[in-house]
Design a protein around this ligand. Structure first.
Ligand SMILES: Cc1cc2nc3c(=O)[nH]c(=O)nc-3n(C[C@H](O)[C@H](O)[C@H](O)COP(=O)(O)O)c2cc1C
Length: 155
């Protein structure tokens, strides 16, 4: 299967998750791992499965990922898509009020999923959210393994 993993990352955590996803899929598939900047120069239409990842920033994906997604068109009949995000572990937010806001505000994954399905992409799996332990990371222990398991569940 032809798979493209496109991601954005400010502090490097989402990049690590994206790399783990690509590595897990590589043995049996043709996989390309592209940053959002590289994705602009890549024909994403060649993918049988497009995987898109972003950090959650202010309850949303980054503007760069939103712009990328807004410009995508699936194949006729719909290209399969799977999305993931990184997000703060709720327990790491000390203020109860702020924790409530973060949880109610939502995450990048559901926004990307809505946008992609609105454009005719077909959701391949549940949205995955991978946890960071502080505002800038690092990833919580076990999240890289969980990302690899999620990736393998897609194919
Ligand atoms: C300005 C800013 C806003 C953020 N907003 C949210 C948020 O709304 N919800 C959340 O769960 N995490 C939020 N975070 C934590 C990010 O999700 C975290 O920085 C990100 O997962 C790290 O990924 P990256 O290293 O790939 O940039 C925010 C972090 C920053 C710096």
């Amino acid at each position: 299967m032809n798979i493209i993993v496109a991601y954005d990352s400010i502090y490097g955590n989402t990049a690590k998750v994206a790399a783990a996803i690509a590595t897990a899929l590589e043995p049996d598939n043709s996989v390309r791992l592209v940053s959002v900047q590289q994705a602009r120069q890549t024909d994403l239409g060649t993918a049988d499965l497009l995987i898109v990842g972003s950090p959650t920033r202010g309850f949303r994906p980054t503007p760069q990922i939103s712009d990328l997604v807004a410009g995508l068109t699936p194949r006729s009949g719909g290209t399969a898509v799977a999305v993931f995000d990184t997000r703060i572990e709720p327990g790491a937010v000390r203020s109860g009020a702020l924790r409530w806001v973060v949880e109610v505000g939502g995450y990048a994954g559901s926004r990307m999923d809505e946008m992609l399905r609105g454009r005719g992409y077909v959701r391949k799996s549940d949205i995955a959210g991978f946890l960071v332990a502080g505002m800038r990371g690092p990833l919580k222990p076990g999240e890289i393994d969980r990302a690899a398991d999620w990736a393998r569940s897609l194919v």
